[in-house]
Structure formats: C-alpha cells, structure tokens
Design a protein around this ligand. Structure first.
Ligand SMILES: [Ca+2]
Ligand SMILES: [Ca+2]
Length: 466
C-alpha cells in the first residue's frame, strides 16, 4: 500500500523548482517589520536609488550600505568579487539584518512580502573570493540579528588573508546572528583554523543564535590545523540542516570534524535531516570525526545533535576509534536514527564504523557497518546497504533489494521547521521529502515494512526508494 504524500515526480535537487511547478511560492523569512524595502543589484545598470532593476545598485556593497534592518537585496546573475582584505572584516560586511536573494535574471518583480522564485539559476549568482578574500563577514550588531542568504554560489573564499579579522570562516564568518542559508553552494573555501566554508558562533558564549541550512551543498572546503572543514560552530542554539550535501570537505593537517565540528551547544539540539556526508576527512594522529565531530567541555543533559535519515559513506579519520563517520565526545549527547554509516574508513586501511563512543549516543533504525552477525543494536542492521553507486554523493540511492528499504521509523523524523518542500506547513508536518525532493514514507512493495509503529515505509538514509 502506498500512502506517501503526492508529489510532482522527478523534480531534481532544488525543491524550489518543485514549488514553482506546483504553483506555490516560497514562504521566505519572517521579518518583524511591516514591509521590507527591496534593493536591486545589477552590474550592468547605470546606477541610482537601487529601488528597481532599472536604477539598480551596481555592487552588492552599495546595496548593503543603503539597506536597513529587515530589507531585502535581490542580486542578478553574474560573478561578484567581494571586498578584499583591507578592513577588519573582509568580504561583504553585514552588520544589519538583511536577506540576500540570488538567481535573478534582472526582470523579476513580486509584491511584498515574499521574494519571487527567480527566473535564473541558483548556480549563477556567484560570490568569488578569488582565494584572496572571505566572501561574507556577518557581525551581529543590529536589533534584528537575522540574516538570510538564498541562491548564491560562494566560492574560493579565503580567510587567512584577513587584515585584522580572525582566520575563521573562509566562505562565511557569522557571529551573534541568526543565519538561514537556502539553496546555496559553498565550494572551495578555506579558513586555516576553523570553518573552511562557514564559521558560526555566539561570541557571548550564551548559546543564543540559531543556524539553519536547507537544500545546500558544501563541497571541497577545508581547514589546515583546526576544526570543521565545511562548518565549525561554537555555542550555538538549535537549528536544522536539511537536504544538504557535505562532500570532500577536510581538515588537511590535524584537527577534528572533516565536514562539521560543533562544540558546546546551547540548550537545544542541531538537527541533521536528509543529509549526505561523502568523502570528508580529518587528518592528524588525534583527529576525531571524519564526517561530524561533537564536543562538549563539560557534562550536559542537553542533546547536542539529532541525526536522522543521513548517509555517511567514505569519510575518513586517521584513528579508527575516533569515528570515521561520527565522533561524539564523552560529554556530548547525540541521537542517530534512520541513517546509514557504511564504507567509512580508517585512513588507507579497513572499513569500519565504531558505533559507540564514550558519549551517550542513542542509535535506532540504522545500518551500521562493523558489527558481527546478530550483534547490531536493536532495530539496526549491519549489512551491505546496496548503494547504486558510491562514486558520487547523489549515487547513494538504494537498490530495490536493500534491507534498508521500509526499515526506518517515521516518528524520528523532525518537524519540517524550515519548510523544505515550501508548502507553508512546518510544525505539525514532519520533513515530507527526501534529498531528491521525492516523497518520504513511500512504500516499496517488495520490502517488508519493518519500521514502527505497525510498519511504516520510511527508508534508511537520505534517499527514499520510489
Ligand atoms: Ca520506503
Ligand atoms: Ca513543509
């Protein structure tokens, strides 16, 4: 029996396309003020007030300078070069609560409050740090403390050259600010110490700010000696990272969290849903967490992370006991559900996942490599998940004979807080789609419905077999 929600068929990676095809519209980001002003950016414009395409600002920094808290900046397709390392924080310095939207052809209009689905491509509004400048420096200094970046490709960011700013966050440096990244690609960014792609922190240590990411990719970002090839986060509050791929991010010399490093989380957990961690690595004799590393400096009863329907493959750490896929420190609390951890390797050696660490990890309905027959945790498997291909992140769909099909637990899927399918429903609806945008909880008739309660159809991993 099939009881998955209706969807539009093969709709590709970006669910916004799905939204457009179905006649729906992005809900955007809620702003507390009555009506934001939209400023337009088009390098081909003759310039002016920036209040429409014909008088568009010619640079992003010009639009930032005239915008106020809550305003939107719409950016036409093209390649933009951020401001180099001349000030305390290089790249586009954002100290206001602004929403940046990319992918526009330069003729779109839309009544308030929602930005339109752009006519162009999310790949085509590019912020290129040219390996000499960070791309965004976001410094909480306003009453809103909220920034959204949608539809940008952020590439070649480099924070080692910052004149006075910290060598953190090669692509994006974000402190004391709530951040939402949607439909972004962060590629080949470098921060020598922490967060090659993104550094995120509450500098007060209060654990106040939320990081949210949906439908994005972190690829080929790195740090040398430090933490978090793609993302390093400190003292943050709850958030969601949904339908996001982490591929080939790394700590190259020594450090922890090939893709993601989180330390000293606030009272609420960060949730990872429908994410792939593929070929990330952490190097050095004491490196921890080839995919994700969670650390807490003191014991806490709060959960730090909940990982649901994620696929970890070919992640590498130097020391096997330190978690090729996931490391959870002795003081960390982590939930791992409906996920597949397979083929993660000790650098150059065997293929093994160390499933339990000193920290309390709650594991269920997952396929975990490395258990002798019959010894996997209750509800879990330890057998070949039968991927279609391990050669690329989106190849990690499952074959029709995989025992991971219809073997997850619907009840573990978080609410669709970020509205990843753009239908306006958030709380009260669990994340309803997989990484490809197809319906979750979809019955594969040939598979035995093993999940609870009473047999649900959710597959393990980031992709649902259709
Ligand atoms: Ca299924
Ligand atoms: Ca929704």
């Amino acid at each position: 029996m099939q009881r998955s929600s209706a969807h539009c068929g093969a709709i590709g990676r970006f669910v916004l396309v799905f939204a457009v095809l179905c006649g729906m519209r992005s809900t955007g980001f809620a702003h507390p003020q009555a009506q934001p002003t939209v400023y337009y950016v088009d390098p081909g414009s003759s310039g002016g007030t920036g209040l429409d395409w014909t008088t568009a600002k010619t640079t992003i920094e010009d639009a930032i300078s005239v915008a106020s808290d809550g305003d939107q900046i719409w950016v036409k397709e093209g390649t933009y070069l951020p401001i180099g390392p001349s000030g305390p924080f290089d790249g586009y310095l954002v100290s206001k609560g602004l929403s940046f939207y990319g992918g526009f052809l330069g003729n779109e209009t839309n009544p308030w409050p929602n930005p339109p689905a752009p006519g162009g491509s999310f790949d085509a509004t590019i912020i290129d740090g040219q390996t000499s400048s960070r791309c965004f420096s976001i410094i909480g200094a306003s009453s809103i403390h909220r920034v959204e970046i949608r539809g940008f490709k952020i590439i070649n960011g480099e924070s080692s050259t910052s004149a006075n700013g910290p060598a953190l966050g090669g692509g994006v440096y974000c402190v004391n600010t709530e951040l939402l990244l949607s439909d972004c690609k962060l590629v080949h960014n470098h921060g020598p110490v922490r967060g090659g792609g993104l550094y995120f922190s509450d500098l007060t240590g209060a654990g106040s700010w939320t990081l949210n990411i949906k439908r994005s990719t972190f690829d080929d970002n790195w740090v040398n000696e430090g933490k978090g090839g793609a993302i390093a986060g400190s003292f943050m509050n709850a958030g969601d990272i949904v339908n996001t791929v982490f591929s080939q991010n790394r700590v190259t010399v020594s450090g922890d969290g090939g893709a993601v490093y989180l330390e000293d989380m606030g009272a609420n957990e960060l949730r990872f849903t429908n994410c792939v961690f593929w070929r990330n690595s952490a190097s050095g004799s004491s490196a921890k967490g080839g995919g994700i590393c969670l650390e807490e400096t003191s014991p806490s009863s709060f959960s730090d992370a909940k990982i649901v329907n994620c696929t970890f493959v070919m992640n590498v750490v130097t020391v096997l006991a330190n978690g090729p896929a996931l490391y959870c420190s002795p003081n960390s609390v982590c939930g791992l559900h409906n996920s597949i951890l397979w083929g993660n390797t000790l650098g150059g050696g065997g293929s093994l996942f160390t499933p339990t660490f000193a920290g309390p990890v709650t594991v269920s309905w997952s396929d975990l490599e490395g258990y002798p027959p019959g010894t996997a945790p209750p509800t879990c498997l330890s057998e070949d998940p039968e991927f279609r291909s391990i050669a690329f992140a989106y190849g990690l769909t499952l074959r029709g004979t995989s025992n991971c099909l219809d073997h997850g637990n619907q009840l573990e899927i978080p609410n669709d807080f970020l509205d990843v399918n753009e239908d306006g429903l958030t709380i009260g609806q669990s994340v309803p789609i997989d990484l490809n945008g197809a319906g979750r909880d979809h019955d594969w008739p040939a598979a035995f419905d093993q999940g609870i309660p009473g047999g649900t159809f959710v597959d393990m991993g980031a992709f649902e077999k259709q």
